[in-house]
Design a binder for this molecule. Structure first.
Ligand code: NAD
Length: 366
């Protein structure tokens, strides 16, 4: 937070309540454990549809403000993701401030678990960037309100293959929308980021007869994609501009902005990366460029659906059936965007808002 300072007029000082959009978020909680070094924030955005579900990001934020802004933004995104995915879950997220390679310890995750437990189940945690299914197993020792546990504990395990399966569903919906077929053989798909999700996606598309073009800063990942899947490897600077049917961003976010959008040579975008649009205006830019964009939080919902399916006993069949519904969700959003002549990101937000408003109305009806 900005501290009071004689040189800053009092009205310009930003405090926690200025940063939190109180119209939007239900609550924000701060957890500290001096012994283990835990400094954590849990943001609960909306619980209309059910308890807030969202992972724990463990990251060396440059400042507490940065961590707070991130957890607020991510928790809001989780509300939209769960609502569009048809889950009876709300949106929440947690951050732990610090470098996981230096700060990670059992004591820290136990303290974090007690912090989660203190919220009485309003927030259910899981793994995210910087945390693993094994960390969640430690958290589970002190709270029931954790999902995404290791499979040997009856949990849903690593969500990445489920996320990749969901991206394939999104790609099928795009194909049906643009080309009236879900046959992918012979299509050219470019994947940026051949990590846990990207490689699993590449394997699935390879089995479907897709021609793959890939890029990653990690050359051992691209070498493997080339040797195992016959993928063509190109540079990370050029992948977004490669001539292809579908571009699948599976690295980090903010791939699409005023500079990159005019360079795109794809018909559609569907990938797992979070926050693919640099700004909401880029959704409109993609529409104006004639590119069909599957909103990131819809395309990458397979992981959270898998995690949500883990509550009360994980069943692969149940999870797969729900993940495959991403295809009809994407189809509805693409159709809605065309009908209303709005960009697909706005259409997805509308779908989520409508579901939440309907649930609120039902709650209020005596
Ligand atoms: P990962 O770390 O396993 O893979 C990311 C890959 O991207 C790595 O191979 C990395 O080398 C590469 N990369 C990083 N920067 C790059 C750049 N500038 N250009 C090209 N490649 C780059 O992560 P993941 O679990 O596969 O997740 C991929 C994306 O999907 C992330 O944005 C993540 O937030 C999102 N996501 C993942 C899941 C999941 O289930 N794992 C669920 C929802 C969303």
């Amino acid at each position: 937070m900005c501290l009071p300072d004689e040189t800053i007029p009092a009205e310009a000082i930003l405090g926690v309540f200025d940063l939190v959009d109180t119209e939007s978020h239900e609550s924000v909680h701060f957890g500290v454990d001096h012994k283990s070094g835990l400094r954590s924030i849990i943001a609960i955005h909306d619980t209309t549809l059910g308890p807030a579900l969202g992972g724990t990001r463990f990251y060396p934020y440059a400042s507490e403000d940065e961590a707070l802004v991130d957890v607020l933004r991510l928790s809001k995104g989780m509300t939209y993701k769960a609502a569009c995915a048809g889950l009876d879950q709300g949106g929440g997220k947690a951050v732990i401030i610090g470098d996981p390679s230096e700060l990670r310890s059992d004591d820290l995750f136990l303290a974090y678990g007690r912090f989660v437990d203190s919220l009485g189940g309003t927030y259910i945690t899981a793994e995210d960037v910087g945390t693993t299914v094994s960390d969640m197993a430690i958290v589970r020792q002190v709270t029931d309100h954790v999902s995404g546990l290791p499979m040997e504990m009856g949990g849903s395990g690593d969500p990445s293959p489920a996320t990749a399966r969901g991206v394939v569903s999104a790609i099928e919906a795009v194909s049906e929308h643009l080309w009236d077929t879900d046959e992918l053989a012979g299509r050219r798909i470019a994947i940026k980021g051949i990590g846990k999700v990207g490689f699993s996606l590449a394997e699935r598309l390879h089995r479907r007869g897709v021609e793959l073009v890939v890029a990653d800063i990690n050359t051992s990942a691209t070498d493997r994609a080339a040797s195992d899947l016959g993928a063509k490897v190109i540079s990370v600077d050029d992948i977004h501009a490669v001539d292809c049917d579908i571009f699948a961003p599976c690295a980090l976010g903010a791939d699409f902005n005023a500079v990159t959008i005019p360079q795109l040579a794809c018909s559609a975008i569907a990938g797992s990366a979070n926050n693919q649009l640099a700004t909401p205006a880029d959704g409109i830019r993609l529409k104006d460029a004639g590119i069909t964009y599957v909103p990131d939080f819809v395309a990458n919902a397979g992981g959270i659906i898998n995690i949500a399916s883990g509550e009360g006993g994980y069943s692969t069949e149940k999870a797969i059936a729900m993940i495959d519904r991403i295809r009809s969700t994407v189809a509805n959003i693409l159709t809605k965007a065309v009908e209303l002549d709005i960009d697909t990101h706005a259409a997805a937000v509308l779908v989520a808002d409508e579901r939440i408003a309907a649930a609120k109305q039902q709650e209020e009806t005596p």
